[in-house]
Design a protein around this ligand. Structure first.
Ligand code: FSX
Ligand code: SF4
Ligand code: F3S
Length: 360
């Protein structure tokens, strides 16, 4: 293993330390013990790496930015080292006809073996004319590419559930990838999602040849199995009824709970407080802003106004600790979200067989 890693270091510039640290972080996020780290490393250093076709539709490209600009340890490099990014409109050098040729060649050559990552929603109104790439609609492209893939990962809330494009009145008929395909895909929501959720999912696929367990919304439970509220460092303030009344007040400076100024942590399933983001190691609530529920379907509609607290809640301090569970289920319609639902996501048998050689 160490020789492999040494060779990798020479070829890619990803240091052994960074590589191991990234795998250890992914293992921790996956809820796996340290003993499993060597298995993750083994899978990640396999000479065959899975070809990935990364499609862009209606979105802001923030998901790609968050992934590839992720820092300490260099998660972006790690991801690029583990997968073979054969087609990605943001980072590929090719353009125009050459790019389209790469796409069609890749999906034919690696039929049933590549991973399709879709970023962005797909407009369905008026024949899907509101998003076109290389002369084809997003609708045509996803229906052409996804069925040929071994696994489909929808990255970001737009691809998972429609995102901002699908917000009322949804003028383009935007939908998430699973909805458009009429089948379950692996959803990694967040606007943008945490890179560790993606890295953990890919490492799980490579190591165990199956996706991680998912919830009823297709989200891996390791990253989306608990509410932000239940992991939040301000939770004691919530329970004791100590709230920020308005941004910039004394309570805000003291780090009190942001519920009254709109925090939707009680109805948001994610691991932001535990995993945090990048070098600064913070998350929205840590930085003094409420969670706006960006990993939830339709959060632009159901979680707004973003600076008003959830309606009809008796505040702690008046003697009642809010039953945020019941409230969350009512507001977001997520009654089916429960731990232990096993993945119903189809994964091609050939995944990772005949992938590209790393030394290439
Ligand atoms: Fe959507 Fe991704 Fe939000 Fe943007 O591309 S999830 S708009 S941060 O980044 O798709
Ligand atoms: Fe944290 Fe928000 Fe819950 Fe308050 S309401 S404890 S700030 S997640
Ligand atoms: Fe999104 Fe809330 Fe995390 S807004 S980034 S789920 S804290």
């Amino acid at each position: 293993m160490s020789r492999k890693l040494h060779e990798k270091e020479i070829k890619t510039g990803v240091t052994r330390r960074t590589f191991l640290k990234g795998c250890a972080m992914a293992a921790a996020a996956l809820g796996l013990s340290d003993e499993v780290v060597p298995r993750l490393v083994e899978a990640a250093t396999s000479p065959q790496r899975p070809p990935v076709v990364w499609l862009h539709f209606q979105e802001c490209t923030g998901c790609t930015e968050a992934l590839l600009r992720a820092s300490h340890p260099d998660i972006g490099s790690l991801i690029l080292d583990i997968i073979s990014l054969d087609y990605h409109e943001t980072v590929m050098a090719a353009a125009g006809h050459q790019a389209e040729e790469i796409l069609s060649n890749t999906i034919e050559k690696y039929k049933g073996k590549f991973i399709c990552v879709a970023e962005g929603a797909v407009p369905t109104r008026d024949g899907g004319i509101y998003c076109k790439i290389g002369g084809r609609t997003a609708l045509e492209i996803i229906k052409d590419v996804a069925p040929k893939a071994a696994a489909v990962i929808a990255i970001g809330t737009c691809a998972s559930f429609g995102g901002v494009q699908a917000a009322s009145p949804n003028p383009t008929g935007a939908k998430g990838i699973g909805d458009v395909l009429g089948k379950s895909v692996i959803n990694i929501p967040g606007c943008p999602p945490n890179p560790i959720a993606f890295l953990g999912t890919v490492l799980h696929l490579l190591t165990f040849k199956r996706p991680p367990e998912i919830d009823a919304l297709g989200r891996p439970l390791f990253a989306y199995g608990r509410r932000n509220h239940d992991q939040c460092e301000r939770r004691a303030h919530f329970d004791e009824g100590r709230f920020v009344e308005q941004f910039g007040d004394e309570n805000h400076k003291k780090g009190y709970c942001l519920y009254k100024v709109g925090c939707k942590g009680p109805v948001t399933f994610a691991n932001c407080p535990a995993v945090r983001f990048n070098d600064v190691s913070t998350w929205p609530v840590g930085a003094g802003h409420g969670c706006i529920g960006c990993t939830e379907p339709d959060f632009w509609d159901t979680c707004s106004p973003f600076y008003e607290h959830l309606p009809g809640v008796k505040m702690p301090g008046s003697g009642i600790v809010t039953d945020a569970d019941t409230l969350g289920k009512k507001i977001l319609g997520i009654t089916a979200v429960a731990a232990g639902i096993h993945a119903a996501v189809g994964i091609g048998k050939n995944l990772l067989k005949g992938g590209q050689n790393k030394s290439k």
